[in-house]
Every structure is written in C-alpha cells, then in structure tokens.
Write a protein of this length. Structure first.
Length: 454
C-alpha cells in the first residue's frame, strides 16, 4: 500500500480523497494555488505545497509543478480527482516515468476513451451499441454536410476531445451544418486545443443513464449499477440519482454487462463511468466514457455501501477488488443536488466571501463541500461549491430528505442555485420520475415567466 498520496486537485474532491487516505492510514499531500492557501484541503492534509498563482494553467494544470511537489514530499502516488488533469494521459505517462503511481487508468486506455471518435469506433468493434453517425472525424464542412445527410436529421456535432458540453451543436437541417460545424470547431479548439468534430444521430428527449464500473489489475471488472443524470442544463448535470426511476432489474443487468464488456475491450483499470443514452423504447447507446471518478460517485456509494475512492487507491496499489458483482446489494434510493455559486436566474457565477453558513444534516444526508464560515469562493475555478446527497428507503423518502435539507441550507454572502433545486424537487414530472435530457428546457422558461409575473 502507498505511504503518501498527493492530491492534484482542490475543493471538495481534494477533501474527499484526504478522508479516504486518513481511513486507510495513508499520509496526504495537498497542492494549492496562491489564493487557495486558506482552503480546507490545505488545512487538513498532512502536508501542503504551493504550486503557483491563481490561473489554473500556472497551478492546478502545471504538471512540472505537481510532479516536483510529489518528489519533494516523497509522495509515491498521485490522485487527480475529477476535472483539471484527471483525464490527462500525459500526466499518467509522466507519473510512470518518475516512478509515481497514477491513481486512475493507464495512459493508453485514457487516450483512447478520451477521444470520443476513436472510443466510438472501439465500442462498435466490441459490439457495444452506438448511435448512427460519421465513421470518424470530419475533415471539412462539405464532409460534415454529407455525413449529416447520410445520418439523417436531426444530428449532433460533437468535439472528439474534452467534455463539459463544449464543442457541441444540434443541427436540424442541411443549411445549419456549415455554420454549426465552424462554431463547434472553434469552441473545441479553444477549450481543448483540438478542433476535431464528428457527427451522431440526435435522439429526441432521451434519458442520460450512466453505469459505474471499477476494474483491478487482475482482469476483474465490476459494475455498481446505474445513475440517472438526465436533469442537466447545457449538458452540465444538476441532479443525479441512483437507481434510475426507469431502469428495472432486467435492463440494469443488460446495461451493466455491456459496460463491463466495454471496459474489458479497452483493458481498463480503476474507476470509470460508461455513459449511455436511453430511448423511450428501452434501447440504449454508448455516448462516452469518463476515465476518472465522477462528481456524482457519492450516490452510488450510498446505495451500494462501497467506498469508491478507497477502492481506487487499493486497485492502484495492485490489490484485487474487495468485492465481486455477486456481493453487491442495492439499498434504497439516493439523490444528489449540485450546489453552484451562481445567480439562479441568469446562471452567472457568483464568487465572494461566505458569511453565515448552515449545512444540512440528519438521517440519510451527506454533504461534500469545502465551504466554511468566512471562506472565499474564488472566481478562478468551477462554481460547484457543495454536493448535497440524500438517501432513503425509497425514492419518495430520498426526495423528502433532500427537500428538507435544501430548506435548511443557508449560504450567505453569495448567490446559489439552492432555490432552483427546491423548485425542481417540487415539480410534478420530477416527482413522478418523468425526466429526460430536455427536462430543463421545458422547466426553465415556465419558471422564469412565473418569476417575472411575480
């Protein structure tokens, strides 16, 4: 087992890894940018190293500084968390060259699955269902128009690299293809440094269902059920739950088996998530793979009783998985609300100093956050400030506990989307489990109109 792990991240995920290290008896090293010097992950790690100024490119994305911090502190492993360098095959390769263990998949699998066009071809070869679309990356507008016509409208243009909803355009006619292609290319190049775009058939109002998997170095791959992630705005998830209200035991078994085979096909090791689109007829299609721990991993932990971060560490240390698929028993229902520092009406980020803070608690409630009284929510990084999770015997109890939790959550000094989440939870369609990826498109105009009327 490792003696010391450096966490190449910040915020609540850095704290989450620190808690796992403490339970495993492993020393932890925090890295931080200059304005993050008073953050909780710095306070609670065993050691901390400043790696640069505020800009991510000079700190949390600065691989030489991170490797230097690991070498100076004697860390024998690096956990990247999610975001930043978590899906960087280059960091994984540098770690390997420096004899530091990267807690995640190998660079080859990461590079393959991080390129969505190549991943799509690999999944087709493995027999995993994919949506109709282009055979590979599109070279120019003319080929994009032809591929769109061959696929049949509507189609979606997607960046081959990166994620987070950037480099994506939905196209409903041939006349829209060329300008959308140029816009998607420019956005992809700016966000990921790679302008490559491919095309898939656009499903109208599917559900976004993802399967959590974990694999060890001995060929064992296990899935831990599904998460429903359909409630999202501009491809950014807002609410996640496990299990999905629509997935029954038979479908769960099929999708889980497909996810396991997909991971085996690319010789995947460590935690990962296979994301699918599910249509109204029960057909599912591979969308992408996230080669890291997910923001929403906590809801899977709540319903399975398994600690995914500790399992990541054990697997990276060469240990076999501590459980098999036969050992898994799903208990109740869990929901997560992502609390962001943003204006709930305009979605503009709202950094600032947190005044009075009251976090929810009580039976079945878990809050992963870096917030504390008088802390500063910085403008340089992602607006996610807390993940509120509620677990109940069934979905109704989980919703009730989440609603109760949001009612008592107080974050003064900045704006948050807590009120938006309360409205979502009160929505009749949400309560009935009638959700899909177009939920927020229907929900927001109605709520904004109501707000204006008041």
């Amino acid at each position: 087992m490792f003696k010391k792990i450096l966490i190449a991240n910040r915020g609540e995920i850095a704290l989450r890894v620190i808690w796992a290290c403490k339970e495993l008896g492993i020393k932890s090293v925090a890295v931080y940018s200059e304005p993050d010097h008073e953050s909780l992950h710095v306070r609670f790690a065993d050691q901390a190293v400043c790696i640069g100024p505020a800009r991510s490119i000079e700190s949390y994305l600065n691989i030489p500084a991170i490797i230097s911090a690991a070498e100076v502190t004697g860390a024998d492993a690096i956990h990247p968390g999610y975001g930043f360098l978590s899906e960087s095959p280059y960091l994984a390769e540098i770690c390997e060259a420096c004899h530091i263990k990267f807690i995640g998949p190998g660079p080859q699998a990461m590079r393959l699955m991080g390129d969505k066009s190549r991943a799509r071809r690999a999944m087709m070869k493995a027999g995993v269902p994919v949506l109709p679309g282009s055979a590979g990356v599109l070279e120019d507008e003319e080929k994009a128009v032809k591929a769109a016509k061959d696929t049949g409208f509507p189609v979606i243009l997607k960046a081959s690299a990166g994620g987070g909803g950037r480099g994506i355009r939905i196209v409903r006619s041939a006349a829209e293809v060329a300008p959308a292609f140029r816009a998607a290319q420019a956005e992809a190049a700016a966000a990921f440094g790679v302008p490559d775009i491919y095309i898939e058939k656009y499903l109208q109002a599917p559900r976004h269902i993802e399967i959590q998997i974990i694999a060890d170095t001995r060929g064992n791959v296990v899935h831990l059920g599904e998460r429903e992630c359909s409630i999202q705005r501009r491809h950014q998830k807002l609410v996640e739950e496990a299990p999905s209200p629509i997935v029954n035991d038979k479908l769960r078994k099929r999708m889980g088996s497909t996810a396991v085979e997909a991971a085996k096909a690319v010789q995947y090791v460590n935690a990962g998530t296979i994301e699918f689109l599910l249509d109204a007829a029960g057909n599912y299609y591979f969308m992408e793979m996230n080669t890291r721990i997910q923001v929403e991993h906590g809801v899977t932990e709540l319903v399975t009783g398994r600690d995914l971060v500790k399992e990541q560490i054990r697997v990276a240390a060469g240990e076999p998985l501590s459980f098999s698929g036969r050992d898994l028993v799903y208990h109740g229902h869990a929901i997560e609300c992502r609390i962001n520092a943003e204006d709930p009406e305009t979605f503009v980020p709202s950094p600032g100093i947190v005044g009075h803070l009251n976090l929810p608690g009580g039976p079945g409630v878990r809050v992963d956050t870096f917030l504390h009284d008088d802390c500063e929510v910085l403008p340089f990084y992602d607006s996610l400030i807390a993940k509120v999770m509620a677990h109940g015997r069934d979905r109704a109890e989980a919703i009730a506990r989440m609603r109760r939790s949001l009612d008592v959550m107080v974050v003064e000094g900045i704006k948050t989307n807590v009120a938006l989440h309360r409205r979502i939870l009160d929505d009749p369609d949400f309560r009935a489990g009638r959700v899909d990826t177009s939920f927020m498109e229907r929900f927001l105009p109605e709520k904004k109109a109501a707000a204006v009327a008041r």
